[in-house]
Design a protein around this ligand. Structure first.
Ligand SMILES: NC(=O)c1ccc[n+]([C@@H]2O[C@H](COP(=O)([O-])OP(=O)(O)OC[C@H]3O[C@@H](n4cnc5c(N)ncnc54)[C@H](OP(=O)(O)O)[C@@H]3O)[C@@H](O)[C@H]2O)c1
Length: 271
């Protein structure tokens, strides 16, 4: 991980009334966290606020040739990424991302604990992993603070998982399709534990399902100034067209070193 004093300034492009302002990196990142919470509901209407954070290249790739996102991101993205984590009660990922990106128990980003507290977040940031198989790396499940695993009663590893990480760390939900987690129920279960600010860090499959189920309030989308070609996924993987297509309203757009960092409000169906 880069040291924080290398982080670049971020220039505001949108909203227009703040265009030209520069957010210099600060130890507490109070200005950036304030921008990232601007127009965020204090009491989310459904009890849980879901913000997704994803990165893609200009040609739309969500990974580099190594099938991971580490080769398409950089310091500007890292600066926003850590600020978003500091504002999350829980980071939610699909199991494939947890495996590919080698997720482990999360720590509050260095230097941001005080600011996080000032924004009303709990002292720890939790990790929740959605998995039908519950086939997760031992290194992820070991340790004093294992992730919350969201799975179904059809998982062949359910009993072993409960033994390993504790019954209270396992959320079991069923959708109508066998072996598929009901994500609405899963989010409500996280909210019932006081984890109401959810940061979904992907991957594209989980994000596609969350959008299809109309569960995403906001999308932070970084565009990296790269062209990689290849068979990479986009940030949303979904076999069917969304019907209707979802509309987004820009909340802000930042720039640093050719990287564009957008924050979009998802217009919820029926809103
Ligand atoms: N560009 C970015 O911002 C970004 C962000 C994150 C990840 N990525 C990249 O994206 C790739 C991984 O994404 P992905 O789309 O392949 O997978 P993913 O969304 O991370 O995970 C898919 C897995 O999650 C579980 N899952 C998801 N929805 C479920 C449901 N409703 N019920 C039960 N289980 C469910 C299943 O796990 P099981 O297989 O365990 O059953 C499924 O195989 C990696 O290459 C990663 O590097 C990119």
């Amino acid at each position: 991980m880069p040291v924080t004093d290398e982080l670049p300034p971020l220039d505001i492009l949108l909203p227009l009334e703040r265009a030209g302002e520069r957010l210099e990196p600060r130890t507490d990142e109070a200005e950036l966290l304030a921008l990232l919470t601007d127009r965020m509901p204090v009491d989310p209407p459904r009890g849980v606020h879901v913000r997704a954070n994803m990165i893609s290249t200009v040609d739309g790739a969500a990974t580099g040739a190594d099938q991971r996102s580490g080769t398409i991101n950089g310091l500007a993205d890292f600066r926003v990424f850590r600020a978003l984590r500091a504002l999350a009660d829980v980071v939610l990922v699909g199991a494939q991302t947890a495996r590919a990106e080698r997720y482990r128990a999360l720590a509050v980003p260095e230097g941001l604990a005080e600011t996080r507290r000032a924004f009303g977040r709990s002292p720890e940031v939790e990790l929740a992993v959605v998995s039908a198989s519950a086939d997760l790396p031992p290194e992820l499940l070991e340790g004093t603070r294992p992730p919350i695993v969201v799975t179904t009663s059809a998982s062949p590893r359910l009993d072993a998982l409960r033994d390993r990480i504790g019954q209270d760390r396992v959320i079991v939900t069923e959708s109508d399709a066998p072996g598929v987690v009901d994500l609405r129920v899963a989010l409500a279960a996280l909210g019932a534990r006081g984890l109401s600010h959810v940061l979904a860090e992907g991957g594209p499959t989980l994000l596609g399902e969350l959008i299809e189920a109309d569960l995403v309030d906001e999308l932070c989308a970084t565009t990296s100034p790269l062209l990689v070609g290849g068979p990479a996924p986009r940030i949303v993987r979904h076999g069917e067209w969304f019907d209707p297509a979802r509309h987004l309203r820009p909340l802000h757009l930042l720039h640093a070193d050719g990287v564009l960092l957008g924050r979009w409000q998802v217009v919820r169906l029926g809103a």
